[in-house]
Design a protein. Sequence first.
Length: 156
Amino acid sequence: MTASRSAPRSQSRSAARLAAVQALYQWQMEGTALTKLLDEFHQHRLGREVDEAEDERYADAEVDFFDDIVTGVIARVDEIDHKLLAKLAEGWTLARLDKTMLQVLRCGAYELIARADVPTASAISEYVDVAKAFFDDREAKFVNGILDAVSKEVRS
């Protein structure tokens, strides 16, 4: 791929975030081992053709960033889930959340906890955008509220 066709870093990170949510969904639902999961996404998803006849491709994603999010969430899932659970309304559990929503929140919380190089506002707004790919505005606002609360705890 030539430099002129490369996605800008912000777009490649956005694609990595979306792919990480999808990979973690697969990890939770199917129990796919981490190495197999990463390999599958590297070989068949990240920047690969979706429909050769239509010349459609998955968006180019920053692979190292994708790997860090997926690996980091899996490695720190208990810590992340504890922080998320503390931000839910009384009586709510993580099990009550939509499985995709849970992965969006886990990824966002991971970046807020472990990726000091990512500005707080960027991490939150990126995962609000990811939520909008799957849900309506109400759920996107929910993501904003939960991640904002997590950021106040871990970044203040």
